[in-house]
Write a protein that binds this ligand. Structure first.
Ligand code: ADP
Length: 747
């Protein structure tokens, strides 16, 4: 089956524009201005003009065109937009007969090119025959509302106007390959509708030709090419650039190609939008077929009109979608600023980040956490993907609809993430937002195997041969998601900027809060210090005077009076203890840590030594499953932590056989220590309150008394070491205090 579009040879790497040959249906003249001296001609002037090339070369144009027409011609040449005057009508006397020509002019490398085609049709007939057809086509195109319909109408109307056997609309995809989106043809011909063509069929060079010259007619693919004489331009000593020549000959490869297809004549019209070739109108005829310049131009105008119409439609659709995306974006920004955490704002509402880019899954990787929504790969896969992104992503955005090509492990989760769109929030912290799209299997009908586009052959002087097999070749495209639209990509980028704004603002707010907190903490410490310091003095006075009273006047008081005085002394003592605790606590906030490498075993030995009288007295078994590590910490303060916790473990135990276990969990990071006892235990409801200052669960003198500040002090010391403390306990059975210490472990 020969089902390729016409222009394959136009796209081979041959230097097509310097081919040096023209097609035989007109005369080619390269002319030097301003004298209008003929520099080069196609070797068919005898046939069309009645003069052999040697009679015309180096002669003025007036050799075969009369002065009156030359004067009109000079007028055209002085115009800015040279091509707008095309075609210029010439009547030339050839062998005593007046023949009409369509003259088409352009300049190439400062050389004027004049191409003459005999006017085969009566101009007025052309007008009356084709004008109504074109008018009708325009009105039909204007009435169509959908893109496929517009394309179909265009193919049909161009075929009506040109009379070609087959007219197709060929569209280039973003990835460079093209496919037939509309077709009108003779019933007897096989359809090419829906067939795809690889990018290599129409590479960049060829597309450039199509963007500079919008129509390309090959009326007879079998006609013998005509050489240009001389082959090099005598002024430039180079072959003349035929990029914009209408008559430029087709390359041998192209002729071969047309043969393979069984096509004798072809007309190609470029479809251009914003200087970009987005498609072609390709017309095929099985027999040779010539079309006058005006009709070619009319088809070109139809093509351009359609391009504009389609572009308009696309723009309208795009802008509707863009407005939709913008409204989602502003909702997300609103949620982000209202919600406590911007991540909640992005995922916890009915409108969420999935809607922003029409994705099926998304992951927000922030500060080491992975928050997902919709259908996403597993966290371990996302983690690996993020590590890869972090290593490879230089820009703030990356997107693909074939992730597998960049990141082969993506094959594993193709049904979730064949497409990826990722924006980076902060590369250094590995903070990213990822959107996923699943694989969408597509069947593509290729015209021939696209993976063997051209065969290189050296036979019969044809350097390159187009492919010969155009058998329908079906491919199931795998590992590919729907592509990301540019407005979706932009929406993701804009969201990224907003997030950065929100995050930065939150950081600022947090900093202000922190500063406020620090200031009020300092003030509180200072207040506690001053208050306790100043209170101590009068308290001491009361205490002393109460003692004097009981010593000097105790006997004059009755038993009740003496007891009240003793209570007063006890209370002042207790108050002093409380004030001392407060003073101690407030000092903690004011002194800096003196960090050094400390062997915790030594600390523990000291404390056990200090507490040994009570340990022995109570017959408490001390268990230390394994030696404690060395860590960086403040020796005095960490001693206090162990001291307080062990002292409590001794105090709050009423069992006959008491034990205390002191240890740590070696595999933890930060290291997790514990002090465990089989004492009285603590009810769940008190797990938090026991850390409040002066909070005791018992009467002042029960369990050996205490101020209720010990655990508060322990907590404060640990917080200063970036650690924390918590309690686990079964009431009546025993208690374990756990605490963490950040200090690097040095074994
Ligand atoms: P204090 O021991 O001076 O009362 P703490 O702040 O050290 O103050 O302890 C607060 C309260 O927590 C204690 O009154 C006690 O009720 C409870 N508590 C502390 N350690 C233990 C323990 N090992 N077993 C049972 N209860 C405890």
């Amino acid at each position: 089956m020969n089902n390729h579009l016409l222009p394959i040879s136009e796209y081979t790497p041959e230097p097509i524009k310097f081919i040096g040959f023209t097609q035989p249906h007109g005369v080619f003249l390269a002319i030097k201005e301003p004298e209008l001296t003929i520099l080069q001609v196609s070797n068919n002037t005898s046939h069309f003009l009645g003069f052999p090339p040697e009679d015309l070369l180096n002669q003025p144009l007036s050799k075969f065109i009369d002065q009156e027409q030359i004067n009109v011609f000079l007028d055209y040449l002085s115009q800015q937009d040279l091509q707008s005057s095309n075609p210029i009508e010439f009547t030339i006397n050839v062998r005593d007969e007046n023949i009409d020509f369509d003259g088409v002019i352009h300049r190439s490398q400062d050389i004027l090119i004049l191409e003459l085609e005999p006017t085969l049709l009566d101009k007025s007939k052309v007008f009356f025959k084709f004008y109504p057809l074109i008018k009708l086509a325009v009105s039909k195109l204007k009435g169509a509302d959908s893109t496929p319909l517009i394309c179909q109408i265009l193919a049909k109307e161009v075929r009506k106007i040109t009379g070609f056997d087959r007219v197709m609309l060929y569209k280039f995809d973003d990835d460079g390959h093209g496919y037939v989106i509309a077709e009108d043809k003779l019933d007897s011909l096989e359809t090419y509708l829906g067939l795809h063509y690889p990018e290599s069929d129409i590479p960049r060079v060829a597309r450039e030709l199509f963007t500079s010259n919008y129509t390309r007619l090959i009326p007879d693919a079998n006609a013998k090419p005509i050489e240009i004489i001389p082959c090099h331009n005598p002024i430039t000593n180079q072959p003349t650039d035929l990029t914009n020549s209408m008559l430029r000959s087709a390359s041998p490869c192209h002729i071969q190609y047309l043969h393979n297809m069984g096509v004798a004549a072809s007309l190609t019209i470029s479809l251009v939008k914003d200087q970009k070739l987005w498609g072609l109108i390709a017309c095929h005829h099985q027999l040779p077929k010539y079309l006058p310049y005006e009709i070619r131009s009319a088809c070109e105008i139809l093509g351009q009109m359609t391009s504009l119409e389609l572009a308009n439609k696309q723009d309208n659709q795009d802008s509707e979608y863009k407005i939709h995306l913008a409204s989602i974006q502003s909702k997300l920004i609103e949620y982000m600023s209202i919600d406590k955490n911007f991540i909640d704002g992005l995922i916890n509402h009915k409108i969420n980040i999935l809607n922003l880019v029409n994705a099926q899954g998304a992951a927000i990787c922030f500060d080491g956490e992975y928050i997902t929504i919709g259908n996403t790969p597993e966290q371990k896969d996302i983690q690996k993907l993020v590590a890869w992104i972090n290593q490879n992503l230089q820009e703030s955005i990356f997107y693909t609809n074939t992730l597998y090509q960049f990141y082969p492990p993506a094959e594993e989760f193709r049904n979730l993430a064949s497409g990826l769109l990722v924006v980076s929030i902060a590369k250094s912290q590995k903070n990213y937002i990822l959107w996923f799209r699943p694989e969408v299997l597509q069947t593509i009908d290729w015209a021939g195997n696209p993976y063997q586009p051209l065969q290189i052959m050296e036979d019969e002087g044809i350097p390159l041969s187009p492919r010969k097999s155009f058998e329908l070749w079906k491919e199931i495209v795998q590992l590919k998601s729907l592509p990301w639209k540019s407005c979706e990509v932009n929406a993701a980028l804009e969201l990224r900027n907003s997030i950065i704004g929100v995050v930065l603002r939150k950081v600022d707010e947090l900093e202000v809060l922190n500063r406020d907190l620090e200031r009020s903490n300092n003030e509180l410490d200072a207040f506690a210090y001053i208050a306790s310091h100043d209170l101590k003095e009068p308290l001491r006075g009361i205490h002393n005077y109460s003692n004097f009273l009981i010593e000097d006047y105790g006997e004059t008081l009755n038993e009740d009076g003496q007891s009240k005085l003793r209570t007063l002394i006890r209370l002042t003592q207790r108050m002093e203890d409380l004030i001392d605790s407060l003073l101690h606590f407030s000092r903690l906030g004011r002194i800096d840590l003196s960090m050094q490498q400390i062997d915790l075993n030594k600390i523990l030995d000291n404390i056990l030594d200090l507490l040994s009288p009570r340990i022995e007295q109570e017959k408490i078994e001390i268990r230390i499953p394994e030696p404690l590590p060395k860590i960086y910490c403040d020796r005095v303060q960490i001693s206090e932590v162990f001291n307080n916790l062990i002292a409590n473990a001794i105090k709050y135990n009423d069992k006959d056989e008491k034990w205390i276990e002191i240890g740590y969990l070696p595999e933890t990071n930060p290291l997790q220590f514990y002090v465990k006892d089989n004492g009285i235990g603590i009810k769940n409801k008190h797990f938090n309150t026991i850390f409040r200052i002066f909070k005791r669960l018992h009467g002042p003198s029960k369990y050996g008394g205490g101020t209720g500040a010990g655990l508060t002090i322990v907590q404060k010391i640990l917080e200063k070491h970036d650690g924390k403390i918590w309690v686990e306990s079964i009431y009546g059975e025993g208690t374990t205090f756990y605490f963490t210490l950040q200090g690097d472990e040095v074994q």
